[in-house]
Ligand binder design. Structure first.
Ligand SMILES: [Mn+2]
Length: 424
């Protein structure tokens, strides 16, 4: 459902005066405002195909209406987001929830919305209908070689789908772990995981990355075989130069210093990608920036510093993706909020006075260091983000536009009120 560009223009015209006033205000204090706006305009965050429908908890799921019923409609939804914010120009597919039936048609549809295919994601955390062997006790770490082989073959099949679509990365997240002491030999489980990943790694095309995601707990509640960044990093190092660690913000124990993890992984050249979300307690999968916006800023502060130190392009050097679930909000509005929060944190990090910070750090001027970070964090950078969107042809206020033009209502009219998207 492409959005009429004229409607976006009309919306922007209505908001133009107020926007210009706010933009002029911040520009008066920022010498590099135009350079920041250009970087923001180039920055894109992939949308996962499983986040377009209502999410559930283990207690229930309360579907909204007009959810995408198939891969085509999921692409259409991401296209819609991208038309509004011009920062959601990629979709990340989950196999087997979103197996394309016709690659050429799917690629053409994505191209129509100017979307790329981000990392493809394998799924060995649940059994599929007709599957020969069960993943109840794990997949790549399983004690039975036949189960491991089945899981390896699935990952290789996912790579094949990705190659056909033009993806350049495979993300592996494993639920493998144990829930009771004594259930698992940690050393052997880790070794088996490594050997399985080595087989998958051998099937990677030369220009692909293997992104290894870690998670502290859940669904296993005693141990997770790839439970933290150190374990993922060890595997990535043993596998080779195409293997990297993927950081999902919700996959740490409470109060973990994620910004420090990010800094060190970047320094070692092993940070591959990001899954954004926010949380209060565990893997809550809430809207990015909704609970801890300061932490999101601190993470971006390290990302910008570390990527610049390595000469990495901010937009393309790492894989950026949202990984959240929407139990209460309209998924599309929630995703617009998440992308906006990420762009704001990135813009704040670009505003940090790096020279002054380096100097203050070298002089052990603790007060000054904090002042510099707070100066950036408390700058209202939203007009910069809005300007980047405006230049790229998006809406000045995507959520206001989404509501005023009743996008959800037209999706319900076309798809029905009782549709359920595949996903979490
Ligand atoms: Mn994730």
């Amino acid at each position: 459902m492409p959005i009429n560009a004229k409607l976006i223009e009309d919306h922007n015209e209505q908001q133009a005066t107020a926007h210009r006033r706010k933009l002029d205000f911040i520009k008066a204090d920022l010498a590099n405002a135009d350079a920041i706006i250009q970087k923001l305009a180039a920055f894109n965050i992939a949308i996962p195909s499983w986040a377009l429908g209502t999410g559930g908890t283990r207690f229930g799921r309360f579907s909204g209406g007009g959810e995408p019923r198939n891969l085509e409609e999921k692409i259409e939804d991401v296209g819609l987001l991208h038309e509004l914010n011009r920062s959601s120009g990629a979709i990340s597919l989950h196999i087997p929830w979103d197996i394309p039936e016709n690659y050429a048609n799917i690629k053409a549809l994505a191209a129509q919305y100017e979307l790329k295919f981000d990392a493809v994601n394998s799924n060995t955390f649940q059994d599929q209908p007709g599957q020969a062997l069960s993943y109840k006790f794990g997949s790549l770490h399983h004690v039975d070689a036949k189960v491991r082989q089945q899981a390896v073959e699935h990952n290789i099949e996912v790579i094949r789908h990705g190659v056909a679509l033009g993806s350049k990365a495979l993300t592996v997240w494993l639920a493998d772990g144990s829930s009771f002491p004594g259930q698992l030999n940690f050393r052997k489980a880790f070794q088996r995981t490594l050997e399985s990943l080595q087989e998958i790694y051998r099937a990677l095309p030369a220009d692909w990355k293997l992104l290894i995601e870690y998670k502290a707990f859940e669904p296993s509640f005693y141990s997770t075989t790839i439970g933290d960044w150190g374990q993922s990093f060890t595997l990535a190092n043993k596998l080779g130069p195409q293997a990297y660690t993927l950081v999902d913000l919700g996959h740490h124990l409470a109060n973990a210093n994620i910004e420090q993890i990010v800094a060190l992984l970047l320094m070692e050249g092993k940070l591959g990608g990001f899954h954004f979300n926010d949380s209060k307690y565990a893997d809550d999968d809430l809207t990015a920036g909704s609970i801890k916006p300061y932490q999101l800023f601190l993470i971006f502060n390290e990302l910008v510093e570390g990527m610049d130190a390595r000469g990495l392009d901010h937009a393309t050097g790492l894989g950026w993706m949202i990984d959240a679930s929407h139990n209460l909000k309209d998924p599309l509005e929630d995703l617009l909020q998440s992308v906006e929060a990420i762009m704001i944190a990135y813009a704040q990090a670009l505003v940090v006075d790096r020279h002054a910070l380096v100097k203050a750090q070298e002089q052990n001027d603790v007060v000054k260091c904090q002042e510099i970070l707070h100066q950036a964090f408390r700058t209202d950078v939203r007009p910069l983000v809005a300007e980047a969107r405006l230049i790229a042809g998006g809406a000045l206020d995507p959520i206001a536009f989404f509501r005023a033009s009743e996008v959800r209502k037209s999706l319900i009219d076309r798809r029905g009120a009782k549709t359920v998207a595949t996903g979490l």
